[in-house]
Design a protein around this ligand. Structure first.
Ligand code: FAD
Length: 309
């Protein structure tokens, strides 16, 4: 049994989610190979080679893979993947863009967003916005799987010494072109990787009031998230959205401020280790999942909390 893990990376460095995906592969068992498809991606391949438990790194270095456009990377993965028992990628926007195409090309079902490995062919995944957990057994010859990174503790980034092997694959499919990207710049940790997340909801009232959360987050070294209502109201950009249709987070500490606790929001944060809720409505459903609840006006409670940190 040999497992192919598709690395998530920036060419220069690996994204943290790759380590969680390798951890899922370790639970399946067997040899683990990591594919780094990029351009001038030697540094990312070297980082992948150092991950504990990785047997081999395949480096597909080609200008066509520079921005990991799924139209170009999926045919490469489908080609290489024919020799593997499992193909895994993180359930990030990138992984979710590539793997369904791979599954279709290999004519197998995809198993999406696993949170646990029961055996080499049986996995657990959330359904109904996380309200039920399905156990899925697959008889597919090649199991194509996306991994929810919050379900697996990261594999050790150091300790391995895998060989890096150059591979080639289909060239530019010519179906899409990378035009540009605008990356949000922030000194705060990335939302899905942060150990502490402070999130604001509609109760914040407007975008300017998020300054209270930024001040608290900066003292705590936290990332700042938001409910969909806060995003839809234009308080903050949508890359801050936590929930079913936003980002899935599972930090050590999640502080929900002025968030009612709709199931679609809970789907994105209820696996957090400790949940603190600040809400002026003592009936708010968020208190049902909170480890610590504060019934208070956020405009008094948050500045007070910030001062005391
Ligand atoms: C298909 C679908 C997908 C969805 N995906 C997501 C998703 O990914 N993420 C998400 O978050 N939602 C999602 N939603 C929306 C979700 O159903 C809720 O509408 C949303 O989460 C509500 O956001 P909220 O808690 O900020 O707002 P509200 O429900 O309006 O709650 C605001 C809370 O703030 C409190 N409050 C107000 N003022 C103060 C104050 N001064 N001090 C303290 N507390 C105060 C109120 O008591 C209230 O509990 C989705 C919905 C659908 C249908």
């Amino acid at each position: 049994m040999t497992i192919l893990v598709i690395a998530e990376h920036t060419n220069a460095a690996l994204a943290a989610a790759t380590l969680n995906t390798v951890a899922a592969a370790q639970k399946i068992g067997g040899d683990i190979h990591v594919l780094v498809a990029g351009a001038n991606a030697g540094a990312a391949a070297d980082a992948a080679a150092k991950i504990a438990g990785v047997a081999k790194v395949l480096l597909a270095d080609n200008a066509a893979y520079a921005n990991q456009l799924p139209e170009n990377v999926a045919p490469l993965v489908a080609e290489l993947g024919k020799g593997y028992s499992h193909i895994l990628a993180a359930a990030t926007s990138n992984g979710k863009n590539i793997l369904p195409r791979v599954a279709a090309a290999l004519d197998v079902d995809q198993i999406s967003e696993i949170i646990a490995v029961e055996s080499a062919d049986t996995f657990k995944r959330p359904i109904y916005a996380g309200n039920a957990i399905a156990t899925v057994q697959s008889s597919a010859a090649i199991k194509v799987i996306t991994v929810r990174s919050t379900g697996f503790d990261a594999a050790a980034a150091e300790g391995g010494s895998a060989a890096v092997e150059a591979v080639s694959g289909p060239a530019d499919a010519g179906k899409s072109a990378f035009v540009g990207e605008e990356l949000a710049k922030s000194d705060r940790p990335e939302l899905t990787a942060a150990k502490i997340v402070v999130s604001g909801g509609r109760g914040m009232g407007n975008g300017d009031n998020f300054k209270h959360l930024y001040a608290l987050a900066d003292k705590l070294g936290a990332a700042v998230g938001a409910s969909r209502a806060a995003v839809d109201a234009g308080f903050v950009p949508n890359d801050m959205q936590v929930g079913q249709t936003g980002k899935i987070v599972a930090p050590q500490l999640y502080i929900a401020v002025g968030i009612s606790g709709a199931i679609q929001h809970l789907a994105g944060m209820k696996d957090s280790k400790v949940i603190v809720a600040i809400n002026k409505d003592e009936e708010a459903p968020i208190f049902q999942v909170a480890d610590y609840g504060l019934v208070a006006d956020l405009f008094e409670a948050v500045p007070e909390l910030e001062k005391s940190v």
